[in-house]
Ligand binder design. Structure first.
Ligand code: PLP
Length: 382
């Protein structure tokens, strides 16, 4: 099998799986208990927290562990909204967010809040001109994703933070960093809230985090035993947290080599396809401006979904978009349409997302299978 759906999820790396196994079978104490066995578990979690904080340019006390990025995003948006409950405030996001952000803003809209969905540039980055005009003194939250999960467009968080502090200095800035974290070099994130998810970078499913700067006022997510500064109660998922830490440490040491390989794979695949097929369009930014792991292509005249299933027969796994929207059988693609792509181009889109286990040599096999099937499907009119 050649797995090219790494934006949906990834294979767990061995050292992360090993860390989870050890935490489940040996170091399994509840870190909130008080005997030495539990203190060891607590120490391990706190060391992991420090590593994650270092990766984000944050303080360890600013990290709240969650079960996934959907939870982190919900906590960020509703957490800020709860602080302002009872007042009509402005909340700003974009039309190209992942559903875990997009739907929370739609819910705020339905509750009567003043919600603005910013448009997208043709390459999938946010319209910063629209942001500047939407910000006002009533704005309490801006949520703009770091890397777009469908096309790999990278938003310049520093530039956006500058616009926010100029026009609405009291607004909280959240960014969904799921497709950026460990895919781009680790750098301090110039935001107030930042979401990540373990299973997108070779850690297991069921663990994520929300970075919450100390100065941010935020409502509680889960009520209970007051873990995680009381913001997110619940026994800590030590196997998940320690596995995610093992993956982060691996990316600290090997991230630039992994990124270089991803870029080589992407470049090779693109070159092979563009050389052998007509009417292929890259959706999203140019290679040099995009995340190294995501390639979104439209093969005009061929439905993305039909091509996806044809490639499945060759043991090649790709997607037509976000895994969450595919299952809903949506024929339209909100993100590609917001970028201004025609219906025809959106319907023929295929998302190829690379991961650390892919090899450059695999790209020749993938390109050959795509070329063969695109030619065949074009002939029979699919
Ligand atoms: N945000 C983005 C950009 C994503 O790509 C995803 C997953 O596809 C999520 C959020 C949701 O992450 P999780 O599966 O951890 O809830």
């Amino acid at each position: 099998m050649i797995y090219l759906d790494n934006s949906a999820t990834t294979r767990v790396m061995d050292n992360a799986a090993q860390a989870a196994y050890t935490a489940m079978t040996e170091n399994y104490a509840n870190p909130a208990s008080v005997y030495r066995f539990a203190v060891d578990a607590d120490r391990a979690v706190e060391a992991a927290r420090s590593n994650l904080a270092r990766a984000l340019g944050a303080q360890p006390g600013e990290i709240v562990y969650t079960s996934c990025a959907t939870e982190s995003n919900n906590l960020a948006v509703f957490g800020v909204a709860n602080v302002h409950r009872g007042r009509r405030r402005r909340f700003i996001t974009t039309q190209v967010e992942h559903p875990s952000v997009f739907e929370t803003f739609r819910a705020l809209d339905a509750m009567g809040q003043d919600v603005v969905f910013l448009g997208s540039n043709p390459d999938g980055t946010v319209r910063t001109d629209q942001l500047a005009s939407a910000l006002n003194e009533n704005t309490v939250l801006v949520s703009i994703m770091h890397v777009n999960n469908e096309v790999g467009a990278i938003n310049d968080l520093g530039q956006i933070a500058g616009i926010i502090s100029r026009y609405a200095p009291n607004a909280v800035f959240h960014s969904d960093g799921v497709q950026a974290f460990a895919k781009l070099p680790f750098e301090p994130v110039p935001v107030d809230l930042y979401s990540i998810s373990g299973h997108k970078f070779n850690a297991p499913k069921g663990v994520g985090a929300l970075m919450i700067r100390q100065r941010v006022r935020i409502g509680k997510g889960l009520l209970g035993g007051s873990q995680e500064r009381g913001i997110r109660s619940g026994t800590l998922n030590t196997p998940g947290i320690l596995a995610m830490d093992a993956a982060i440490r691996y990316y600290f040491d090997n991230g630039s080599a992994i990124r270089a390989k991803l870029l080589q794979c992407k470049q090779r695949l693109m070159n092979l396809l563009l050389a052998q097929l007509n009417d292929v369009h890259v959706n999203g930014p140019d290679l040099s401006a995009a995340a190294p792991n995501i390639l979104n292509l439209s093969f005009l005249g061929v439905q993305g979904e039909v091509l996806l299933h044809a490639l499945e027969e060759y043991g090649i796994c790709v997607s037509t978009g976000s895994a969450c929207s595919q299952k809903k059988n949506q024929t339209s693609n909100r993100v590609l349409e917001a970028m201004g792509l025609s219906n025809e181009r959106a319907r023929s889109a295929l998302r190829i997302s690379l991961g650390m286990f892919n090899e450059v040599a695999e790209m020749d096999t993938v390109a050959a299978a795509i070329v063969e099937n695109v030619n065949r499907l074009r002939k029979i009119g699919h």
